[in-house]
Ligand binder design. Sequence first.
Ligand SMILES: [Zn+2]
Ligand SMILES: [Zn+2]
Length: 369
Amino acid sequence: MKMKAAVIRKPGSVAVEEVNLAPPKEKEVLVKTKFCGYCHSDFSAVEDYLGFPLPIVTGHEASGIVIDVGPGVTKVQKGDHVIACWAVSCGECKLCINGRENICPTNRDFIGGGTLLDGTSRLTDAEGRMLHHQTFVSGLAEYMVIPEKGAVKIRKDMPLDQAAMLGCCVPTGFGSVFNTAQVKPGDSVAVWGVGGIGLNVIQGAKLRGAKPIIAVDLEGSKEGLAKEFGATHFINNSKEDPVPIVQELTDGGADFVFEATGDTGAIKQVYWAMGIGGKQIQIGIHPAQEEIPMSLAFTPPHNRDIIGTLYGGVHVQKDIPAIADLVMDGRYIDLSKLITKKFKLEEINDVHNAMRHREIVGRWVCEFE
Ligand SMILES: [Zn+2]
Ligand SMILES: [Zn+2]
């Protein structure tokens, strides 16, 4: 079928093109896209920091409705509301068996190649040349063909604009607190980067009873939403050095510091804001060609941990519907507060440039017909 899609052909911008999408093959699902959030990782993809093969149809935080299924699909059917997940695990390798599906090597092999699980693409451009899939999703398009394993069925009373964010920023932030850090009541928390992920770290920390919860961001405009999500303090690190302030508020350094910017300068601040015996939860991915010159001499004597986390350590098929329940049962913040703008696919470069200039507060979500 023909459809409009956001294609990265060269670093720095996105072309909205009419492309072709082939029908779903075995164990694949055709989804009519309803919403797709614009995540900072899409920004990184467009800027070519992530090394995805080009050309590629971008977007990875999408929700929609199943309109067709390929042979052998048993877990979803036509009419189901689904979230398209970018962590598709095999379920059989050592990591999957150990409950670490979020880092199953299946992800890496096919994400790197920009294909679905059979090593091929369903996407071609108007001239018939292959386009790559971004992380099994390619959600900035009117339709998606995704693996059944990546299609998470979601309750139908959940608004699909909010559901889209369960594809990336909500489970990543929430899971980093609940699964990776396992914050306990009374632990002190500081979070660098008040974007979609950082806000969900803050909300997760609040639900775990952390105190204080200190939000740090270069933009003062983020303070209001940070506090609404549960931050007790806000520091604008374009104006003040946050390290001594965090140390003072936490009696020497935070028990948990979360880095959700991928900025090398922020990563240094985060390390030094961590208390003795503290844990640094590294969520942001800095550009691979950059290095961070810093001393780690105090890491053993202070027993500091630096822990990387991907997708909040979630098992998507189990945890994402559970988070949907938390939201819909009123035990999580009203996620409509996170959506601060809805935009059309044609506006994608404006959205990209707004992110470049750090103008986005909350999540901007692409809306499809
Ligand atoms: Zn994302
Ligand atoms: Zn696996």
